[in-house]
Structures are given as structure tokens and as C-alpha cells.
Design a protein. Structure first.
Length: 131
């Protein structure tokens, strides 16, 4: 895709701090890290949303995510690596791997409270669409 910043990184038109590359995937440091070592893992094929990826891409990218998670935890001596898939910042499917520390005080997602019976209704809407 012409204007996609991640496709430009794949084509080496924009430099990156590469962590890993094979014929299907690229992993590199986020230039605006939540914490140092914050890594992005992307398929080389331009896919906008995770839901658009084929099963091979999904299984392989998660295997690679685990491999890099272990390297981040050992290499940076963090307590764990958070996996995050948001998908609206850059329109090219990517997985964030964020080195985390138990006392890093990073903000959590804001949460809501279900009213009585509301969670069953929400669950039902999801369950009936599982194919
Ligand atoms: Zn792209």
C-alpha cells in the first residue's frame, strides 16, 4: 500500500531499529516507546485489521510474538512483556510487545461496571455470532 508507513519500513524506504526479520514478518522498535524495548511485529503483507489475516499469518505471528517475548524478558530483564493489539493508530496489522515491570505504574485501561443482567446480554450478543 502506497502511503502505509509500515509498508515503507518493510521496503526500507524508512529506516527502523530491526529486531527480527524473515520472509513473512518484520519486528522493530517502536519509535515512540511506552517503555524501552517496545517492539512492533508486523506481517510483510499489507493487512489492515487482524480479522483480515489468514489463519497461517495469525498462527505464525503469535508464535513469533512468544519467541520475541522471551527474548525481551531475558534481554531486558523485565518482569513480563505485555501483548497489545489496538489497530487504529497505523492501518497495518501489528502486535505491540511492551516490556513491563511490576512497579512501572503504567496506566491501565479505564473500566466500566455492568448493571444487573447486563453482562449476560452482552455475552449472548457475542456468543450467537461465534462461527
Ligand atoms: Zn502496510
Amino acid at each position: 500500500m502506497q502511503d502505509c508507513i509500515f509498508c515503507k519500513i518493510i521496503k526500507k524506504e524508512i529506516p527502523c531499529e530491526k529486531i527480527y526479520e524473515d520472509k513473512n514478518f518484520l519486528a522493530f522498535l517502536d519509535i515512540e516507546p511506552v517503555s524501552f524495548g517496545h517492539t512492533l511485529i508486523i506481517p510483510k503483507k499489507h493487512i489492515v485489521w487482524m480479522k483480515d489475516a489468514d489463519d497461517f499469518t495469525i498462527s505464525e505471528i503469535f508464535k513469533l510474538t512468544k519467541k520475541l517475548m522471551l527474548a525481551i524478558e531475558k534481554g531486558l530483564k523485565c518482569d513480563f512483556a505485555q501483548v497489545s493489539i489496538v489497530g487504529e493508530d497505523v492501518p497495518h496489522f501489528h502486535i505491540h510487545l511492551i516490556p513491563r515491570y511490576f512497579n512501572d505504574n503504567l496506566p491501565r485501561f479505564p473500566t466500566k461496571k455492568y448493571k444487573d443482567g447486563e453482562s449476560s446480554e452482552v455475552a449472548r450478543k457475542i456468543i450467537q455470532k461465534i462461527v
